[in-house]
Design a binder for this molecule. Structure first.
Ligand code: NAD
Ligand code: ZN
Length: 379
């Protein structure tokens, strides 16, 4: 089958790889119909991780079931399904508590938790930027879609990751009706956090970034755009909240955050939120931060360190929730909002491409070329 394969830093190619196949009785095999490029793929694409040359990308996947293992009872051949990026078992100590983002069964490293398709440090699983995808524990992981699956494909595919991830940021921040919410980042994840806050009845949603095209997408759903290359975002949030600060903050950027001068500063967004969220307010951090690698040199040695103003965070009595999103906790209800026409996450899709165009798309998405917000691939 054809797949998008990692060749080295900033180098992907579409090559022939062995077909994905059923390996265990609980597996389901999916013919991928849509698979997205995600900001998370860029950590690997840019060579910041231990992702091995030859591995296939793709953790935001949906498709049609073409084969099921002998132990699969619920999912049927022909079903249209969307797959959470988290690969989980449903029965380990963490999954039992709904923490499918930290599954202990599907992560082979006993000192770690959490697995995903086509991801460094998250198990050996193949990615879905390919013609076929093996889905472990298919009955548990595959979310079935209704008759409108094909018609709303670009909406439903967002259930694999970014829509539940944005929603998780608002959950960890504690957004309730009437809240004011500041969101760091107008990338796909930040825009989904803005959509989620709106769905939850936030009175005011403010989105901080510096890319006018992305900020315009935030404005399209009624959010207030704050361009941090032009104004101080903390002051802008205070001005919007009668000097009090926002009730909630969502971090949707991660360690590649830039300071106001445009230099990389992993603490930039966290400090912006600590300073712009009010006393006793909540912050949800879904942007990725990575463990420190003691052996790393040069630029990589900075990773893992974020010099946050913990004193201010503590003094203000704020709460903060962090980590990967447990997609399964939210994808069913978000699916039903899409089905009912009450959420349309596809408004952020900027490019629809074939597998063969993936290398160009990675280059443009990585350089945040104007207008390249969300790329969906149709294998
Ligand atoms: P992206 O890189 O497309 O978007 C990030 C945006 O942040 C960019 O538009 C950039 O201009 C902006 N930005 C940079 N510095 C900023 C600052 N100081 N203030 C405000 N905005 C700033 O990425 P994405 O696809 O939207 O993903 C965002 C993050 O979420 C990534 O770290 C990604 O890995 C992570 N993510 C986490 C999960 C999870 O489960 N927790 C899931 C998906 C993605
Ligand atoms: Zn993703």
């Amino acid at each position: 089958m054809k797949a998008v394969v990692y060749q080295g830093p900033r180098d992907v190619a579409v090559t022939d790889v062995p077909d994905a196949k059923i390996e265990r009785p609980t597996d389901v095999l999916v013919r991928v119909t849509t698979t997205n490029i995600c900001g998370s793929d860029l950590h690997m694409y840019e060579g910041r991780t231990s992702f091995e040359v030859g591995r296939t990308f793709g953790h935001e996947n949906m498709g049609e079931v073409v084969e099921i293992g002998s132990g699969v009872e619920k999912v049927k051949v022909g079903d249209r399904v969307v797959l959470p990026f988290n690969i989980s078992c449903g029965f380990c100590k963490n999954c039992e508590r709904g923490l499918t983002n930290y599954c202990l069964t599907t992560q082979p490293d006993p000192s770690a938790a959490g697995a995903a398709y086509g991801f460094a440090e998250m198990g050996p699983y193949g990615g879905g930027q390919a013609e076929l995808l093996r889905v472990p524990f298919g009955d548990h992981n595959a979310l079935r879609l209704g008759e409108d699956a094909e018609e709303k494909e670009n909406d439903y595919v967002m259930l694999s990751d970014i829509f539940p991830t944005g929603y998780h940021a608002t959950e960890m921040a504690g957004v309730i009706p009437g809240d004011s919410v500041v969101i760091a980042g107008a990338g796909p994840v930040g825009l989904m956090a803005a959509l989620s806050a709106t769905i939850k009845g936030a009175a005011k949603v403010m989105v901080v970034d510096r890319h006018p095209d992305r900020l315009a997408l935030a404005e399209q759903i009624g959010a207030i755009a704050i361009d941090d290359s032009k104004v101080d975002p903390v002051q802008a949030v205070l001005d919007q909240t009668m000097g009090l600060g926002a009730d909630r903050g969502c971090e949707c950027v991660g360690y590649q955050a830039h300071d106001p001068q445009g230099n990389e500063d992993p603490a930039a967004t966290l400090n912006m939120l600590i300073n712009s969220v009010r006393f006793t307010g909540g912050i949800g951090t879904v942007g990725v931060f990575v463990p420190q690698d003691p052996g790393a040199k040069g630029e990589l040695a900075k990773q893992g360190k974020a010099a946050i103003d913990f004193g201010t965070h503590w003094f203000k009595g704020q709460t903060m929730g962090n980590g990967q999103a447990p997609v399964k906790r939210y994808n069913r209800r978000l699916r039903d909002l899409i089905a009912a026409g009450k959420a349309k996450p596809s408004w952020i899709v900027s490019h629809e491409i074939s597998l063969d165009q993936a290398a160009d798309a990675y280059r443009n998405f990585d350089s945040r070329s104007k207008g390249w917000t969300k790329v969906v691939i149709k294998p």
